[in-house]
Design a binder for this molecule. Structure first.
Ligand code: MN
Length: 477
């Protein structure tokens, strides 16, 4: 036993870590196991099986698989002393395995087979139960596989992708069957959490996880839950209000060091407002209120993520409050409304204070005066119900010099000879481009046919697929 624990002891300084040294305890007749949740440099779960007087150990980065269809990598680590069955706490910085160790589950197990390369057990824990095999694949790698069917026969695998549900534009619906939420001015993000890790996808299903490293701890906060969250990534300005301009500074960053710096100095927040999948079960068919209840039960609240309240009834008062605080607007959600991925539903209705919309850039015009010969205005478009791109006006203000230069560089390679617009055409002399860039504009009014009045350019967005930019018509549902 002394020899078995030599590697364990070599790695540790028992003056400085609260972990046990392994000098006590004779083996007991009943075989015990523990699964520890170890939030170290990288999150993992440690499975330890009592065997011949020590704890045979594996680090399992994605956790003990609940499902026979998915095997998880298990890294064999050094044997640990039996006292480790009860160890939890902080391993100090600078020590081996520094971080927080929590007991995730503990119990007894039946041994079915113990070979050099294969260990077969039946675990009887509170949370981890079932027949598992650990087997060596090549070199030092092991896998853990669940052999018996999970206790819950209705378990479904977590979907790889759920398209966000979209809201229709307003008038504000009123009545007891509606709940109201603040509309957050940021970028929509679906969060997929599994095995302590979080992946964020934009509306057009791009992986945007690397852009927001400050949100990574949310994966850890969800532990072994499999969950799909819906929410908005928001950057708050110095005045405490969401700042789309500030978020712009984060959306387009590619340099890893810049991302790291800004994620510390100006962290974003993930504002979570829906829960679409939880632990093997889709919640899409559930009514909105029930999904919100399940979301609340997860008790998510952290430094950079939050689950803001929704309000039943009294929409006009919330809209007024949002206007007074100069927030973007509110969203009304019907209490019994299921989640309809990728669809613009009349069960969700947005009402904006600041009028802002997305447009597709279909061309550009040269400027005059100070901007002679260079980019002067953009020809804006949006898709109608038939999937035709309609011209909705031009925008010639709101640009900085740097942004004009950047846009010109992006537009030139997209040039095409013919117009991408159907029906009404932009002014002569418009240079047409492939309609792939999406811009965000603020405006005062929409005409009845959907032309945008007094637009001002706010920035490009690469989280929205140009094909999804739909025409908004004033007063028309
Ligand atoms: Mn560990």
């Amino acid at each position: 036993m002394a020899d078995r624990l030599q590697r364990y002891r070599d790695k540790r300084d028992f003056e400085n870590t609260p972990e046990p040294g392994g000098d006590a305890g004779a083996p007991e007749a009943e075989r015990r196991f523990v699964v520890q949740e170890h939030s170290a440099r990288s999150m993992h779960w440690d499975l330890r099986l009592e065997h011949e007087g020590t704890l045979a150990s594996w680090a399992v980065p994605r956790g003990i698989p609940p499902d026979p269809k998915r095997n998880h990598l298990a890294v064999r680590t050094e044997d640990h002393p039996l006292e480790y069955l009860e160890f939890h706490g902080e391993i100090p910085e600078g020590q081996y395995g520094a971080g927080t160790m929590r007991i995730f589950d503990t119990g007894t197990y039946e041994l079915e087979k113990w070979r050099e390369n294969e260990v077969m057990v039946v675990l009887h824990g509170e949370r981890v139960r079932g027949r598992y095999v650990l087997f060596r694949t090549n070199g030092s790698n092991w896998m853990i596989h669940r052999m018996d069917p999970p206790e819950d026969p209705d378990r479904e695998p977590m979907p790889e992708e759920i398209q966000p549900m979209l809201a229709k534009s307003g008038p504000l619906p009123k009545g007891d069957e509606w709940a109201y939420e603040i509309k957050w001015d940021g970028v929509r993000a679906i969060g997929y959490a599994e095995g302590g890790r979080l992946r964020l996808a934009s509306r057009n299903a791009k992986n945007i996880t690397p852009r927001y490293p400050e949100l990574r701890p949310l994966g850890r906060a969800l532990g072994t839950h499999e969950a799909i969250l819906d929410g908005e990534i928001v950057a708050f300005g110095d005045d405490g209000r969401p700042s789309f301009e500030r978020l712009q500074g984060r959306m387009h960053l590619t340099s890893e060091s810049q991302v790291r710096r800004l994620s510390q100095s100006q962290p974003v927040a993930y504002v979570i407002f829906d829960l679409l999948f939880l632990d093997g079960h889709s919640l899409l068919e559930l009514p909105y209120v029930e999904r919100r209840e399940r979301l609340a039960a997860l008790e998510l609240g952290g430094p950079v993520w939050q689950v803001p309240a929704y309000h039943r009834g009294n929409g006009p008062a919330l809209l007024e409050a949002s206007r007074a605080q100069r927030l973007e607007g509110i969203v009304a959600k019907r209490l019994d409304c299921p989640y309809t991925p990728g669809r613009r539903s009349s069960g969700w209705v947005k009402v904006k204070n600041v009028r802002r919309t997305d447009v597709v850039i279909g061309g550009w015009l040269k400027g005059d005066g100070g901007r002679a010969g260079r980019l002067g205005a953009l020809a804006m478009g949006a898709y109608d119900e038939e999937g035709e791109l309609r011209f909705v006006g031009k925008v010639g203000t709101g640009f900085t010099d740097a942004e004009l230069k950047r846009l010109q560089g992006l537009l030139e390679p997209l040039e095409r000879p013919d117009s991408p617009f159907s029906g009404t055409q932009p002014p002569k002399l418009t240079r047409f481009v492939e309609p792939v860039l999406v811009a965000s504009v603020e405006y005062t009014d929409l005409t009845r046919i959907g032309t945008i009045r007094h637009p001002s350019y706010k920035g490009l967005r690469d989280d929205v697929d140009a094909r999804q930019v739909a025409i908004d018509r004033a007063g028309v549902e």
